[in-house]
Every structure is written in C-alpha cells, then in structure tokens.
Design a binder for this molecule. Structure first.
Ligand code: S3P
Length: 425
C-alpha cells in the first residue's frame, strides 16, 4: 500500500467504537445477568477475538449488525472450561486471565506470534497472590488458568502502570471473598471501573487507588461505545502536520485518561478545540477539531505516558516536524507492545528523513518544520506502526509505501478508506 502526500485533510467524520471499551463490554456482558446490548461496538481483529472467546466459553453473542451486539450473560461464575485463542489481542489475554481466575475448570489461553512473547507474569503474579492458579510458559503464553472458587481480596500495587493489569485484578476481585484495592501512582485508563460501576459493582476510588467489593451479580443492560480516541489520533496528527487542514471528529471518547495527545498537540502548537461535551454511560464524549500550527518540540515523561501510550509513535512523527529537540522518556513499556515500538518507530521514520534516536525508554527527536522525504515503512505486524506509516506518507514529499499495511485492521478496519475520504491532494 502506498500513501501519497496530502495537500490538506478537511472534513467532519466519526471513527469506529473504542477498542478498550468494546473488549470490556463483551467480557463484562458475558459475566452479567441477562442481556447486554452493545451499541457502537468497534468491530476489529482484536475485538472479534474477544467475541469468539466468550462464545467458546459458553456465552451467546448475537451479531445484530456490524456495530451492534447482544451478549447473553452467564453470570459471574458461569463460564465453561476450554482452550481460547486470543490471537493478537493483549487486552483480551490479560483481562480474560482475571475473569477466569475465579471460574471453575481449566482454561488454556493461546496467542499469535506477536502476543506469545509478551510479558504475562505481570498479571499472573498478583492473581496468584489472590489464590489463583495461573501458570505461564516462562512468563509468556500459553497460559493455563485453573479456576479456584476461593479467591482472596488483596491490596496490590502492580509492577507497571498498566490498565490491563489493573483490570485483570479487578475482574478477578469480583469473585473474591473480601474487597480488593489496586494502587496506581500513575493513573491508567479507567474504562473497567466505569463499566463495573454502571453494572452495579461497589467501587471506591481516589487519585491513586481503587477498591472493589466482591459482587453478587452484575447487570449491564446497555453499553454505548464512543469513538476510539486512539483511532482518531492518526487523523489528528495528520491534521496537525499538513498545512491548511481542518478536521473534526464527532462522538469521540474523550476520557481524560486517554486524551494526553490533545495536551501534547496544544503544547507543540497545533490548534485543538473540544466541544459538545457530554457523558454517555459514564464515559465522556465530545467533538474534537484539530488544525495545524507552527510546531515546536516538547518533553514527555513517565507520568504522562499512560494517557497517550498508544499514541507515542505518532508523537515521534510530530516531533520530527517540530522545531527543536523532543525527548520522550519513561516509555519503556513500548518495547513490549505488539512489537518493540521504540525500535519500529526509529527504524521506520529514520529512512524517511527523520532525525530520531532510540533510547532505552523512549526517543530523542530533532525536528525541522519541513516535510519528510518519504520512502518505505515496515509495519512489523503492528497496527499502530502501519497507521504511523500512512500519516508519515501524507506529510511527506514523495509518499510512503507501507509493508504489511493490512495489519491496521487489528484495531481499525476501514482506516485507509476513511483517511482517503478527508484527504485533498
Ligand atoms: C489497554 C491498555 C494499554 C494499551 C492497550 C489497551 C486496555 O495497555 O496500550 O492498547 O484496553 O486496557 P497497558 O495498560 O498494558 O499499558
């Protein structure tokens, strides 16, 4: 796939439903009583893996349409033992491990060649402290979870700032014998907390911790999934980079634990407007408009990372167009995403003309306010790197050829078509 340079990006659009919330709607819907209607479901390679997983575990899921589902819950302990293929979906594997820890029976969780090497002890260790029987394969998938009817409530501070780890613990804690507290010094996305709260679970939250009381039963009824901020992000970055652009995305999830990129865009000199703010089912939603500006370098450290973790590759691209030296640090987690995103970004952007260096936990980028030359980017099987290559192409002189472009469908089927619909050449 080749993405040619853009003259500008102009228009109003919506993006598919949030991937994190879609995974949670299906998993929590499966644990609930009765039916959960999911509107705005973001169907993608990853979320389809979750639908298939809960079906294999005995929960019926009706496909009403591409973006609408009905999940028939089996209750908090009603899932059926089996072997589950989580494919490329780290969120599925980690959250499901927590879900299964309190079920009866033996479950095996498999992943594809990208998911299998990713670290899983980070969920297994706290779950074992709760009394769960979770076996990893040298710290990785395949995982074997032998359900235990006797999980204990614990207080725990996970070893990494990770919403996936926090969520796995909270989902296991639904079936524990006493309250569980998860401490996080750097806040991570809280979609699990918001959805469990909507399902009737008693949660106490403060700035650095969440305490969950074991639940008798969940009742979700309906989930309306807002547009995925992480899918909007490549479009926003393109609009910020390409002069003359003016892009507005409506019905977008703007949970403040997800929108760190908007702060960075503003700091770097792009124009950002957030309007039509409202709440849908506990999640903040709005319209967001981005226009270009004279971009300048910035600094990003560990405390900001969880709020834009999946957008950091795009920040490296922005930085290569921004006057001065940008440093991203405290982002070592990027090395254990779908691929080593620190190296994938450096190896992807440097041949296009970017002055970028990897460091163990981030990058140093020396930017100039000019288009990159262009060339070729290898997605390395990682959807976020494929989309990065496309945006780099729009802002380049010669365009960018993306190797493995199809992998964008892991989170955003239809990405290239949507991008094309707002691109003027
Ligand atoms: C996710 C959390 C993040 C993010 C991932 C989705 C989630 O991972 O990178 O794409 O849905 O909870 P970590 O929380 O492990 O950093």
């Amino acid at each position: 796939m080749r993405v040619e340079p853009a003259a500008s990006l102009v228009g109003h659009l919506v993006v598919p439903g949030d991937k994190s919330i879609s995974h949670r709607a299906v998993l929590i819907g499966a644990l609930a009583e009765g039916e959960t209607h999911v509107h705005g479901f973001g169907r993608s390679g990853d979320t389809q893996a979750t639908v298939d997983a809960v079906r294999a575990l005995g929960a019926e899921v009706e496909d009403v349409s591409d973006n609408e589902l009905v999940v028939h819950g089996v209750g908090l302990r009603g899932l059926r033992a089996g072997e589950i293929d989580c494919r490329n979906a780290g969120t599925l594997m980690r959250l499901l491990t927590g879900v299964l820890a309190g079920q009866d029976g033996e479950f095996t969780l498999l992943g594809d060649e990208s998911l299998t090497p990713r670290p899983m002890e980070r969920v297994a260790t706290p779950l074992r402290r709760m009394g769960a029987d979770v076996e990893t394969t040298d710290g990785h998938a395949p995982l074997v979870v032998r359900g235990s009817g006797a999980l204990h409530g614990i207080e725990v501070e996970p070893e990494v700032a990770s919403a996936q780890v926090k969520s796995a613990i909270l989902l296991a804690a639904l079936n524990a014998d006493a309250p569980t507290t998860v401490v996080e010094r750097i806040p991570t996305r809280d979609h699990t907390e918001l959805m469990l709260d909507a399902a009737g679970v008693r949660l106490r939250r403060n700035a650095t911790s969440v305490t969950l009381e074991p639940a008798g039963a969940l009742r979700l009824d309906e989930v309306v999934v807002p547009g995925d901020f992480s899918s909007a992000a490549p479009l926003f970055v393109a609009a910020a980079l390409v002069p003359g652009s003016d892009l507005t995305i409506h019905d977008l999830g703007v949970n403040q634990r997800r929108t760190g990129l908007l702060d960075v865009l503003e700091r770097m000199g792009a124009r950002v407007a957030v309007f039509e703010r409202r709440r849908i089912g506990g999640e903040p939603v709005a319209s967001v408009q981005v226009q270009p500006g004279e971009l300048v370098a910035t600094e990003i450290g560990a405390s900001e990372v969880p709020g834009l973790v999946d957008e950091l590759p795009l920040v490296a691209l922005l930085a290569s167009h921004a006057r001065g030296e940008t440093r991203v640090s405290g982002a070592g987690e990027l090395r254990v995403k779908e691929t080593d995103r620190i190296e994938a970004v450096t190896d992807g952007l440097r041949p296009l003309g970017a002055r970028i260096r990897s460091r163990p936990d981030g990058w140093t980028v020396t930017g100039v306010p000019a288009r990159l030359r262009g060339g070729r980017v290898d997605a390395r099987g990682d959807h976020r790197i494929a989309m990065l290559g496309a945006i780099a192409g729009l802002g380049s002189i010669e365009g960018v050829a993306i190797e493995g472009a199809d992998t964008a469908a892991i989170s955003f089927p239809g990405f290239y078509e949507l991008l094309d619909s707002v691109t003027r050449r």
